[in-house]
Design a binder for this molecule. Structure first.
Ligand code: NAD
Ligand code: HSO
Ligand code: ZN
Length: 427
């Protein structure tokens, strides 16, 4: 893994190159053609793309409900227990995100408020190209149901041997209402525009590879999307107290997701940097997904050795990683220094995969630097807010002068007259 020893300013420029979101025009073009074709030709276009990209010939995309029940009955006891544990912890954490409507009647004669309404229908994209992700179904489906969404539609790429039973079992546990075996940009297009079989939804959630993330960006406006949750990322801040073997293992845990995944270590210890680099090589050779992980580490991974912890945090805030591990002595004291990160893992025993599976917080997180302005997926993504106002005559009269002044300042005479009409003498 490449090790840099540069000044903060030089390192900031290097990091900007690593994390730069260059637009890949080839991918943009491929995706926009797929979306257009699916919008125009519906199921037939989806079927053609599934044959082309996933090598699967599908007569029907829908998975009947009884197959979800069968899958839940068929999985082994330990997997069932693991899914149940994850469900329990995700549920208890996300329950705390439930927002309440409110009514403000603090001024006599005025009622103002905000009403929370669940979205009517959402589409959950569950990745399935190079790995199956039952955990992602729980992370998306549980908050959707806690929010009160009635129609939760899941899409996931088809597999030549059929969808992994663990995926269908997780869909059942999460309370997903409909499942379609469709993947990639064609699945996002189908959810946005609807086809003969797949219903259009109001909002599309969930992570995916670059084709999925690009498609979500392109259909935004026709439907809502949660965020750009693309190839996984991990940034680790570590000092000499950290364990090189554990740091390397954590970096590889995200590198194995995708050739475009990003793994980064920022430290103030040269000896730790060298030890981690060696460990990465050693551990890589034993990983089943070593080809993916190696490409990710070689193309997008780096270690930066900085002067002190202040520089380490400043640089990491520029990166704004999806996951940030703080492997420093007394890690909680640094929480205030973290500005940009999707999810923060404090200390040796908060290894990133803990959060991927059972800790409770969401693992669908902003990537590609978007943690500067975006948040983890949560119950709040599955609802909308509507505000309401009621005034009595006396309170409207008290505000008449201000409203008409503002309306006429904006050149909007009809606005002013609408208010004044309430106080016209009867003619
Ligand atoms: N950020 C998060 O919260 C989060 C969570 C879980 C997974 N992930 C990420 O999800 C991704 C999963 O990727 P994946 O590939 O395994 O599954 P995927 O389901 O995202 O993508 C597979 C689909 O990509 C399409 N595709 C593949 N090659 C194509 C091509 N050349 N042209 C057009 N379409 C093509 C196919 O339709 C295929 O069905 C990884 O990047 C992983 O890091 C992110
Ligand atoms: N680390 C991924 C988010 O970037 C989530 C995940 C699911 N399964 C394993 N990992
Ligand atoms: Zn992961």
């Amino acid at each position: 893994m490449k090790i840099y020893e540069k000044s903060l300013n030089e390192m900031k420029k290097i990091v900007a190159r690593y994390t730069e979101q260059t637009i890949d025009f080839e991918i943009e073009k491929t995706v926009s053609e797929i979306i257009q074709n699916v919008a125009q030709n519906g199921d037939q276009a989806v079927r053609d793309y599934e044959r082309k990209f996933d090598n699967v010939n599908l007569a029907d995309f829908s998975i009947p409900a009884f197959q979800l029940d069968q899958a839940l009955d068929s999985i082994d006891e330990d997997l069932r227990a693991a899914l149940e544990l994850a469900k329990q912890n995700i549920t208890s954490f996300h329950k705390q995100e439930i927002e309440n409507s409110f009514v403000d009647v603090s001024t006599p004669g005025i009622m103002r408020g905000e009403k929370i309404t669940p979205l009517a229908s959402v589409g959950l994209y569950v990745p399935g190209g190079t790995a199956a992700y039952p955990s992602t179904i729980l992370m998306c489906g549980i908050p959707a149901k806690l929010a009160g969404v009635k129609r939760v539609v899941m899409v996931t790429p088809p597999q030549p041997a059929g969808i992994n039973p663990a995926v269908l079992a997780a869909a059942k546990l999460a309370g997903v209402d409909e499942v379609y075996q469709v993947g990639g940009a064609q699945a996002i297009a189908a959810l946005a525009y609807g086809t003969e079989t797949i219903p259009a939804v109001d909002k599309i959630m969930g992570p995916g590879n670059i084709f999925v993330a690009t498609a979500k960006k392109q259909v935004f406006g026709k439907v809502a999307i949660d965020m750009v949750a693309g190839p996984s990322e991990i940034g680790i801040l570590a000092d000499e107290s950290a364990n090189a073997k554990e740091i390397a293992a954590d970096l590889l845990s995200q590198a194995e997701h995708d050739k475009r995944a990003r793994a980064m270590l920022i430290t103030n210890s040269k000896s730790l940097a060298e030890a981690v680099s060696k460990e990465i090589e050693r551990q890589l050779s034993t990983l089943p997904r070593q080809e993916i992980a190696r490409t990710s580490i070689e193309d997008r991974g780096f270690i930066a050795v900085m002067e002190n912890t202040a520089e380490m945090f400043e640089l990491m805030n520029d990166v704004a990683p999806e996951h940030l591990e703080v492997q420093l002595k007394n890690p909680t004291q640094y929480l205030g220094l973290i500005k940009n990160a999707g999810s923060v893992f404090l200390g040796r025993y908060a290894s990133e995969p803990l959060g991927d599976y059972v800790a409770g917080p969401n693992h669908v997180l902003p990537t590609g630097g978007t943690a500067r302005f975006a948040s983890p997926l949560g119950v709040y993504d599955f609802v909308k807010r509507t505000q309401f106002i009621q005034f009595d005559q006396q309170n409207l009269k008290a505000d008449l002068k201000a409203i008409t002044k503002l309306a006429r300042t904006e050149g909007l005479e009809a606005h002013a007259r609408a208010i004044e009409a309430r106080f016209d003498k009867e003619d």
